[in-house]
Design a protein around this ligand. Structure first.
Ligand code: AMP
Length: 941
């Protein structure tokens, strides 16, 4: 059979057991008249392999058995439950039955595997795994059968031996799920690696001792903390102790394969243990933290079981850098942060296949099944803008989620890991009380990841010795489980006893390992032999540290340079045929560069990116429509109408420019924003931009905004220069597309944690973006970006205004108005400015001045002070906004407005009245409201 036909055939689902009758009918039809079946089927039948010399046109029953045999052999042939239903009986077809038996173990062996250390799991009886289901009995044990593709290294085996081998391989301490993978190569690879060693390779004494040392450390650490700080929360690892030797083995193995950095994300369970026993955090520092000492330089700080850490680690392949990401209590949200951080490190190293940086995400069993962001990260895992060559995902499956243990309450799937099947990730369930099995799947998982550049999951089935934390009483909710746990020996003892029994170690040597570890903790020194001082990380943050807002930076840019960049931006391959509206837009851009037209928003924004990458900095921009722009304004990516190919002028300015990347993202806010946060906190040299389709969609990523962006620096001392573009503006589009919820961002402003800007001109967006990239401080930039302003005839700028190189936090009155005649000053931000300006011009009013506050936080007291000084005599001051009174800037920034006014003065509000909804749904009501608020602002009573 030709290779391609064979593959297509295996890759189809036609061979699923339930389709056997259908296939037979098709085959009958084919025998009658080859043209009566589809080309695809004809191809399959014509290439039907001959089993044991049997010809294709032979007895129907033989043909049927051929199909069954092939179905049994064909790894990609079955989908769904993988039933191996068979009704064939009789002595001649035993060989087929044997192949079906092998297939049954590959599909469903995991359901009979010994996975639960507490032996509480009620496993269903899987008849497919019984001999009788395949019309086989123990009487057949001595008969030798061909084992097909069973990768044991022999062509044939006595059934008894094969049956034992299948049980060892698929029903021991490891339950492997991989038959849902449709790619034959991957499946064959996994079969080869699992079956060839019957899921239990030989391991050296040295390795065994190393595993034992890991378990001694994991157990020793918790016992020590429990005794020294009784009742203190530490979210003990106990029960899942295997995680420590497992992580060390994973890191060692990664290092030996050439990995240079490993980034780990985990929630609180086991974090303290991991910090000390894997990353090499100094125990004395930890004990100080338990005693309440803290480092004032870290601002607000965070609890010790959220702390991150960085170090280097010696592996057989050389030292590598380790980073454990800081994490809030919102469990799974750290995963995209870690993966984003890995992508940044890969980009920095110029590595596109993921081989140099490894992400490890550690999940809880309830959280991996329960939290949607897990699905989002799986969905991202193979996409252009977000792939990192696969993530090794480990579940600390302690079978309880705080107090929720019953499967019927925690999830609707058999395993907590079923979500991973959406990307066809292989899943290794493993009994954590068998640490050698854990080590085997750990290495296998990494090898799979490296080989196929895809996600892989290890479900470390364990238990939790204490409650959710050490002050919690688990017997209140899990009485039976905790009765078992109480008498269950600790993993260290189980493994030590095993090694003593097999003669690998003496009992007194185990005791010495335990006492040596305790002594090391007493001594307060690092307990990780492989720990090395940090030299291997790939970026230096020092240029970005310790700056204030007034830090100087070079923002000059000449008119000539802008024009030169503008010309390059309008250049694309001659054969590129643009869609007519895009062609018109690009023709307009040419006129803008020539000085025939004023610059609009889209051109100024593109010019900002061009100027940034021209200077050698990188830009990474993602969002659901970032290439084109939700509102058809950006068109940074051109699509050839003749062949659909894409071209980005920004990426083709010149050979020495910085990298320009724009990706339309997966349709997610939480995971994408978290990914970009991770990217930006790992890469200060890139202007990282996330754009919401509409500003209010950012609320789908509220956890990222609250837990990371607004507070990450205060809690963890981690800087982040991420820019968020949030389309905002009241244009009658209804409650969901008007507001980017400015008030929420303003409410979180403190400690100069971020900047909140509402630029109102193309020159302002140009200089705001350049400032964010060039200024050597890294703070998030929250931008209320425009929609209708993108095409507003007044919202235009000259090239000279761009070339000024300054973002104005405040813009003074622009019309020729004599300040001494002014009786009222209206302050505002954003699009409403143009409504006010137009109406005032229409009214021919000269007694009202309008000033724009373009940066609401940090509030520009000094700049506004200068503007206000011209209107010192004015007593009537107004804040005008489009948002309802309980939203927008009125409540959150009012204290800043007041502090800027002359004394005495009044400050009144002109805007929509308070509302539960961000905006009305009726355009006529919207228009009336808009007119009223503008009139209100301009009418001096
Ligand atoms: P990492 O590569 O994440 O392990 O970071 C290595 C070191 O760089 C850390 O120990 C910090 O000193 C510094 N660093 C990393 N990320 C940041 C950040 N976002 N802000 C400030 N310093 C950082």
């Amino acid at each position: 059979m030709q290779q391609s036909v064979m593959k297509a055939w295996w890759d189809s689902s036609h061979m699923a057991g339930g389709n056997a009758t259908y296939i037979e009918e098709m085959y009958e039809a084919y025998l009658d008249d080859a043209q009566s079946v589809s080309d695809e089927w004809r191809g399959i039948f014509e290439n039907l392999p001959k089993l044991d010399g049997v010809e294709v046109e032979s007895k129907h029953s033989i043909v049927r058995d051929q199909f069954r045999a092939l179905a049994a052999l064909g790894p990609a042939a079955r989908v769904g439950s993988g039933s191996t239903q068979s009704n064939v009986s009789g002595g001649d077809d035993k060989q087929v039955k044997v192949l079906q038996l092998i297939n049954a173990f590959r599909f469903r062996g995991h359901q009979h595997a010994n996975l639960d250390p507490l032996e509480l799991w009620k496993q269903p009886r899987v008849r497919d795994l019984e001999l009788s289901h395949h019309n086989l009995t123990e009487k057949d044990f001595d008969t030798t059968y061909n084992v097909g593709s069973y990768a044991i290294g022999k062509e044939s085996m006595p059934l008894g031996e094969l049956f034992a081998s299948l049980n060892r391989t698929y029903c021991g301490s490891i339950g492997t799920e991989y038959m849902h993978i449709t790619d034959t190569e991957q499946k064959r690879w996994l079969q080869h690696h699992i079956e060839s060693v019957q899921a239990k390779p030989e391991i050296s004494r040295e390795e065994k001792i190393s595993i034992l040392k890991g378990l001694v450390a994991a157990d020793g650490m918790e016992k020590y903390l429990g005794a020294k700080f009784p009742g203190a929360k530490r979210f003990s690892l106990e029960g899942g102790d295997a995680l420590v030797p497992m992580l060390k083995s994973l890191i060692n193995h990664a290092g030996s394969k050439g990995t240079k950095e490993v980034v780990i994300g985990m929630a609180h369970r086991g974090r303290i243990n991991t910090l000390v026993n894997v990353l090499g955090k100094n125990p004395s520092v930890l004990f100080d933290e338990f005693s309440g000492k803290h480092d004032d330089s870290l601002g607000a700080g965070d609890v010790k079981y959220h702390a991150g850490y960085s170090s280097d680690f010696a592996t057989p392949g050389g030292n590598l850098h380790l980073a454990l990401a800081f994490n809030p209590s919102h469990l799974e949200i750290v995963n995209p942060v870690v993966i984003g951080s890995v992508r940044a490190r890969l980009d920095r190293r110029g590595c596109t296949d993921g081989s140099l940086v490894l992400p490890i995400t550690i999940h809880g069993d309830s959280a991996i099944a329960g939290q949607g962001v897990v699905q989002e990260t799986f969905n991202m895992s193979q996409t252009r803008g977000f792939q990192v060559g696969g993530t090794v995902r480990i579940v600390i499956n302690n079978q309880v989620g705080f107090t929720t243990s019953k499967i019927e309450d925690a999830r609707s799937t058999q395993y907590c890991t079923d979500i991973a099947k959406m990307v066809q990730a292989p899943i290794f369930h493993v009994n954590s009380d068998d640490p050698e099995a854990v080590m085997f799947v750990t290495k296998l998982a990494l090898d799979y990841r490296n080989q196929f550049k895809r996600d892989v999951v290890i479900d470390l089935v364990c238990y939790r010795r204490h409650g959710h934390n050490e002050a919690d009483e688990p017997n209140a909710t899990q009485p039976l489980m905790y009765q078992k746990i109480k008498v269950h020996p600790v993993p260290r003892k189980i493994y030590a006893d095993q090694l003593i029994a097999e003669g690998s170690i003496e009992a007194h040597e185990v005791e010495k390992l335990v006492s040596d570890y305790r002594a090391a903790l007493d001594h307060g020194a690092c307990v990780v032999e492989e720990w090395r001082p940090m030299t291997e990380h790939s970026v230096d943050w020092s240029p970005y540290l310790g700056h204030d807002w007034d830090v100087k930076f070079d923002s000059a840019i000449s008119v000539e340079k802008i024009k030169e960049l503008g010309e390059k931006l309008c250049t694309f391959p001659a054969e590129y045929e643009l869609q007519s509206r895009v062609a018109k837009l690009y023709a307009d851009r040419v006129s803008m560069v020539n000085g025939e037209k004023a610059l609009d928003w889209g051109m100024a924004e593109n010019l900002a990116y061009a100027a940034i990458v021209d200077g050698g900095s990188h830009i990474r921009m993602t969002g659901q429509d970032s290439g084109r722009g939700t509102f058809f304004h950006r068109h940074a990516v051109l699509h050839n109408q003749t062949d659909g190919s894409a071209y980005m002028p920004l990426a083709n300015l010149h050979a020495d420019q910085g990298k320009m990347e724009i990706y339309d993202s997966v349709l997610s806010e939480a995971a994408v924003l978290a990914f970009e946060f991770g990217y930006a906190t790992a890469e200060p040299g890139t202007l990282t931009i996330w754009e919401a389709q509409f500003g209010d969609f950012a609320n789908g990523a509220q956890v990222v905004i609250d837990q990371f962006l607004s507070s990450g620096e205060a809690k963890w001392g981690r800087l982040c220069g991420l820019t968020m573009l949030l389309p905002h503006g009241y244009e009658g589009q209804g409650p969901e597309h008007s507001s980017a919820r400015l008030e929420r961002f303003l409410q979180m402003c403190a400690d100069h944690n971020w900047q909140v800007c509402i630029p109102s001109t193309p020159a302002q967006v140009f200089n705001m973006l350049r400032r964010q990239a060039l200024r050597p401080m890294r703070k998030p930039l929250i931008v209320m970006s425009p929609k209708s302003l993108l095409r507003h005839p007044l919202a235009v700028s000259s090239i000279e205004e761009l070339s000024e190189g300054v973002f104005h936090n405040v813009i003074d009155e622009i019309d020729d108005i004599d300040p001494s005649k002014v009786k009222r000053v209206v302050m505002c931000s954003g699009k409403v400015y143009y409504d006010l300006l137009e109406q005032r011009r229409k009214n021919e009013q000269l007694d009202v001045a309008i000033i724009r506050i373009e940066q609401l936080y940090p509030f520009p007291h000094e700049e506004i002070g200068k503007v206000v000084s011209k209107f010192k005599h004015v007593k009537d001051w107004v804040w005008c906004q489009e948002e309802p009174q309980n939203q927008g800037a009125w409540y959150c920034s009012q204290h800043h407005f007041w502090s800027s006014l002359p004394v005495p003065a009044t400050l009144t509000y002109a805007g929509r009245k308070a509302s539960a909804s961000p905006a009305v749904g009726y355009i006529s009501v919207h228009n009336q409201q808009q007119k009223d608020l503008v009139d209100d602002a301009l009418t001096i009573k």
